[in-house]
Design a protein around this ligand. Structure first.
Ligand SMILES: [Zn+2]
Length: 213
């Protein structure tokens, strides 16, 4: 986790120095970035009801409401630091539209995301362990503790994701074009992640094995 700073030309960024070389003014120290990130992602993905945060079927909540809830827990939190966290987030976890905000992915609560654009990639990827890969080739990819399966838009990303769990990732290739033609909804959460309720085995093949050594 890194500090969030503000560059007058390029806006919020993470780390010491902006891409332009300027060292901007500090907005939020890394320990607070971590606390705020955990709480906000919990609220938008897992437990909005617990804090009486009203969420619609597509996962949107009022930004003002979110600020209110978050600032009750952390007195230093306000509109400015929340926007800083969202706009400096390289993983693009959140989306702000008008007066509303939502998580783009990672939900365990049931959300329809019916206004999210469809993914246009012909091929998507899923990185996992060998054991799991073999199982998925039999029964398909289904979400575990999550509302959606998270697919990667590039092989590189899928390796990164899988490497968190295994040092010998197997990369599965998904024929997204065919799946879409057959009526399976695949959503584009951001540049790196696509979401589906489930990917049946017939659209999956095993293509790559990587060793991170
Ligand atoms: Zn800059």
């Amino acid at each position: 986790m890194e500090d969030i700073r503000f560059c007058p030309t390029h806006g919020f960024y993470r780390g010491e120095v902006c891409s332009c070389g300027l060292k901007g003014e500090i907005v939020l120290r890394k320990d607070k970035v971590e606390k705020l990130g955990k709480f906000v992602s919990g609220l938008l993905r897992h437990f909005p009801q617990k804090f009486e945060l009203e969420i619609d079927e597509n996962g949107w909540v009022s930004f003002e409401e979110l600020v209110r809830v978050v600032s009750r827990k952390y007195r230093w939190a306000n509109r400015w630091v929340l926007k800083a966290m969202v706009y400096s987030d390289e993983k693009k976890r959140y989306e702000i539209k008008g007066e509303k905000i939502r998580a783009r992915y990672g939900h365990s609560i049931d959300v329809k995301l019916s206004d999210m654009p469809e993914a246009e990639e012909d091929t998507l990827y899923y990185g996992t362990s060998e054991e799991e890969a073999n199982r998925m080739l039999e029964i398909g990819i289904k979400p575990v503790n999550q509302a959606y399966v998270h697919l990667s838009t590039s092989i590189e990303r899928s390796i990164e994701v899988a490497t968190l769990r295994t040092n010998k990732p197997i990369i599965l290739e998904i024929d997204a074009k065919k799946a879409r033609e057959d009526g399976i909804r695949i959503l584009k959460a951001n540049d790196f992640i696509a979401l589906a309720k489930e990917i049946p085995a017939k659209y999956i093949k095993k293509v790559h094995q990587y060793s991170s050594s």
